[in-house]
Design a protein. Sequence first.
Length: 139
Amino acid sequence: MIKVMATGVFDILHPGHIHYLNESRKLGDYLSVVVARDVTAEKNGKKLFFDENSRLKMVSYLRIVDDAILGSKVDMFDTVLAVEPDIITLGYDQKFTQSFIEEEMERRGMNVKVVRISPYLEEKYQNSSAIRARLMKEI
């Protein structure tokens, strides 16, 4: 069984997220999704609409997701070690490089392939920040 791990904030769930998770799911037999903690997202400049438990619940309800968990508050690689994926997928806009994650996992004794997923084609649904800005403009 090939285990795939996808990660993200998933604050305002949109077609771009579904694309990312669908493409991730195609790479294996089992999809684990790690939802970023509030403290992690806020530390990276995100202003959240939904708290971590609400975001986790939304993601866990998706049929393509086999397992959804909250990420570590301390070290993101702790979650990878717990899930033990064969493949980690990155969204087109996630800041980490494939080589950084692969090298860190190798250093920790795991051989993990990292795949960057291409963006969803409809630009207006690519990320939560753009959707949030559009909503604020229309209110």
